[in-house]
Write a protein that binds this ligand. Structure first.
Ligand SMILES: CC(C)(COP(=O)(O)OP(=O)(O)OC[C@H]1O[C@@H](n2cnc3c(N)ncnc32)[C@H](O)[C@@H]1OP(=O)(O)O)[C@@H](O)C(=O)NCCC(=O)NCCS
Length: 197
């Protein structure tokens, strides 16, 4: 590890194009058709999102707080939170998050959620691949890690499709509800792993 490696390890605001959707940095300036606030509230009320992601884990999201926190992370370069926005109607489809877990060693963790209406068209897989490629090329991420509860088969399939092979099961490693610790799968990919798409 050199000072130069760590210095270049920052997430800088960018827009990524998936064709049928755009990935845009979450922040107070972002608004989407029908309003970002209602869309975030709907996402946090979705049973699968509330069960498996931090959004909604503590009750309904406060959109202003969510957007301000995302904006702060982008300003610091510590985490990249992208809104997945439908190119056809401008509606919010979901989120892809990438944050450092060990910046000195170039290790970052990725996560995602989709509104129910946006599932089943590969958006989570394609957004994960696009964010991974961008961060490998422009933010100096060396290793990407993806964790999901063993019972979350939908997320396991996203990981495999996005080129994150299974590396092992972590016992009692995370609590989603603040009380029960569940086992998680760890999937990961290296920046040097080839992209197939
Ligand atoms: C996890 C979650 C994002 C997965 O959503 P998803 O829509 O199943 O995943 P994708 O967007 O990658 O879409 C995959 C589906 O689209 C299909 N698909 C269509 N075009 C595709 C393409 N170009 N690329 C990949 N898949 C494509 C796949 O075959 C798959 O369909 P299937 O479910 O019938 O097998 C969603 O279930 C969710 O938001 N869950 C709650 C939050 C959560 O669990 N987050 C992860 C915490 S670790």
């Amino acid at each position: 590890m050199t000072t130069t490696d760590t210095d270049r390890r920052l997430f800088r605001r960018t827009v990524l194009d998936l064709g049928d959707a755009l990935l845009r940095p979450f922040g107070p300036d972002l608004d989407v058709a029908g309003g970002i606030g209602p869309a975030l509230l709907a996402a946090s009320a979705d049973p699968a999102v509330a069960r498996w992601s931090p959004l909604g884990a503590d009750g309904p999201v406060v959109p202003e707080t969510y957007l301000a926190r995302s904006d702060k992370w982008w300003a610091e370069g510590t985490a990249a939170t992208f809104a997945i926005i439908d190119a056809a109607d401008g509606s919010l489809c979901g989120n892809t998050y990438l944050g450092w877990t060990n910046r000195d060693d170039g290790i970052a963790m990725i996560g995602y959620w989709l509104l129910a209406a946006a599932r089943g068209r590969g958006l989570a897989t394609r957004a994960t691949t696009a964010v991974t490629r961008w961060a490998a090329e422009h933010a100096g991420v060396r290793r990407f890690e993806l964790y999901h509860a063993v019972a979350n088969g939908d997320s396991c399939r996203v990981a495999e499709r996005a080129g994150f092979p299974y590396e092992g099961t972590l016992r009692g490693s995370y609590t989603y509800d603040g009380s029960v610790y569940v086992d998680e799968h760890l999937h990961a990919r290296l920046a040097s792993d080839p992209f197939t798409d």
